[in-house]
Design a binder for this molecule. Structure first.
Ligand SMILES: Cc1cc2nc3c(=O)[nH]c(=O)nc-3n(C[C@H](O)[C@H](O)[C@H](O)COP(=O)(O)OP(=O)(O)OC[C@H]3O[C@@H](n4cnc5c(N)ncnc54)[C@H](O)[C@@H]3O)c2cc1C
Length: 466
């Protein structure tokens, strides 16, 4: 049996970074991956494919340029799924290589096969090419990620019904697409396909899009989705899917039906723990297959750690990587990092893009925090005018009356990048005066922070003077 300081199960963002962290500090590391390619959902089926398809949709639709140059851009009429997927294949292929190089550079032993616990220190690997081997790990990191969940109503087998993994194998672009589930993945794909001119119906049982967003931003997203031609049907419960020869019919609880050529089920994800043999360790998983961990990412067995989607919320690539690093720092007493930063950014790559960090107006209210807001619309920003994004907005939420920044919300071009400016101030515990006193490049979207802060200052003074 091969002996390692660390055995990592899964080569997604959590597994790769956890393995690299330990190997960087001289530990002997084995990294197991059961899929043919390294990179997990982050590279192969989730983050990178969907973000690349978003860029492809913007390119083929000319959406970002529509109305700017006096030329009428429309979607290329004979656009094929091969055209649409071309760049996604290229980017995924390249990033798999980047992960593979990182693994090699850190002298990590990459083992292809399915891992399962034999006991608390032994992982049995069933190799893809046949045969098994056993690896001993002083420490074991479970980073097996998540799998799409279909939910009972959508558990119908039909080649026209996809989940977020199989959508990447769609043989042709449909004319009408129904998306079940208006979570992050559902909203992102709904806008991507709508940009291509596909008639999209987005269905969700909740009465708000993305309830964790600041309500003002969520409302603006809904309007933008409708402007893209998406039929947004909220507070609608799916009762069943009936595939017919040339149509798929979705029944809703209000008695109506939605007809589509294809369906994307984006009904959440489950922790990928089914075949790990965790019961042999006495590690119980939650209802959605997630592994409970403490603040150091230790499971009920102290030398067995878990990080990434397999432990549940927030299930993002960036937080998965950081959790794994923190876990390995604890496991090998590396000292330099002790926790994942409590404030982290969220980005939703819809069209338009959204990003946030910290509190919303609603969470402030729920926590009894007295807050004020400041807004800067992109249409009043020089760069916003240049790029033609007139619906964008930077919104700051800050504490009354001491101006401490509590939350930052951006909708529009480059939101996922812009949010980092606010994130740094949040992390430093700064006030909106930080933006007032800083000089921003001009013309930039970042400059909107300054004007959102001025607007906030005005709102604050109006409140103070009655
Ligand atoms: C459509 C979509 C879009 C997304 N967009 C974003 C985004 O824009 N930004 C963002 O931050 N996050 C995004 N995410 C989430 C992000 O992809 C995940 O949070 C991230 O990939 C989780 O990393 P992980 O390492 O925990 O798991 P994964 O990436 O799922 O990797 C787990 C790996 O473990 C392997 N594995 C599982 N079981 C075993 C076993 N028994 N033996 C060996 N190997 C095993 C799997 O094959 C897989 O390679 C998106 C997800 C989806 C589905």
């Amino acid at each position: 049996m091969e002996r390692y300081d660390l055995v990592v199960i899964g080569s997604g963002p959590a597994g790769e970074k956890g393995a690299a962290q330990a190997a960087y500090f001289g530990k002997r590391v084995a990294l197991l991956e059961r899929a043919p390619h390294v990179g997990g959902a982050g590279v192969n089926t989730g983050t990178i494919p969907s973000k690349t398809l978003r860029e492809s949709a913007l390119y083929f639709s000319g959406l970002a340029q529509r109305g700017l140059y006096g030329i009428d851009y429309t979607v290329k009429p004979d656009l094929t799924v091969q055209d649409f997927m071309f760049r996604e294949h290229e980017v995924v292929r390249t990033l798999r290589e980047v992960v593979r190089e990182n693994i090699a550079r850190h002298r990590i032993d990459l083992v292809h096969g399915q891992g399962a616990f034999e006991d608390a220190h032994t992982v049995r690997v069933t190799r893809a090419e046949g045969g098994t081997l056993r690896l001993h790990g002083d420490v074991i990191l479970v980073a097996t990620g998540s799998v799409p969940s279909r939910g009972r109503e959508a558990a119908v087998e039909d080649p026209r019904i996809y989940d977020s993994d199989t959508i990447l194998e769609m043989p042709r672009l449909p004319q009408r697409l129904a998306v079940i589930g208006a979570g992050v993945i559902g909203c992102e794909y709904a806008t991507i396909f709508a940009a291509l001119g596909i008639r999209v119906t987005l269905i969700d049982g909740r009465d708000r899009l993305l309830p964790f967003l600041d309500a003002e931003i969520a409302d603006r997203l809904r309007l933008q989705m409708q402007a893209l031609g998406i039929e947004v049907r909220l507070a609608e419960r799916l009762t069943g899917i009936a595939p017919a020869p040339d149509i798929v019919r979705l029944g809703l609880a209000d008695g109506t039906a939605v007809e589509a050529d294809s369906v994307l089920v984006a009904a959440g994800r489950l922790g990928n723990t089914g075949t790990l043999g965790l019961e042999r360790l006495g590690v119980a998983v939650g209802e959605r297959g997630h592994i409970p961990v403490n603040e150091h990412y230790q499971t009920a067995v102290p030398h067995v750690y878990a990080a990434g989607d397999v432990i549940g919320f927030p299930a993002l690539a960036a937080t998965s990587m950081e959790q794994a690093r923190v876990a390995m720092c604890h496991a090998f007493d590396l000292k330099y990092k002790t926790r994942v930063a409590p404030v982290f950014p969220l980005a939703i790559y819809t069209i338009p893009e959204i990003a946030m960090a910290g509190e919303t107006e609603e969470t402030c209210r729920a926590k009894g925090i007295d807050c004020c807001v400041g807004r800067a619309p992109y249409r009043q920003n020089a760069r916003g005018q240049i790029v033609g994004d007139l619906a964008g907005l930077v919104k700051l939420v800050f504490r009354f009356p001491d101006k401490t920044l509590l939350g930052v919300h951006v909708l529009g071009e480059a939101a996922s990048e812009l949010v980092h400016v606010g994130l740094m101030v949040l992390q430093a515990g700064g006030t909106i005066d930080t933006f007032i006193n800083a000089v921003f490049n001009y013309p930039t979207l970042g400059d909107a922070y300054k004007y959102a802060a001025y607007d906030g200052l005005g709102n604050l003074q109006r409140r103070q003077t009655g």
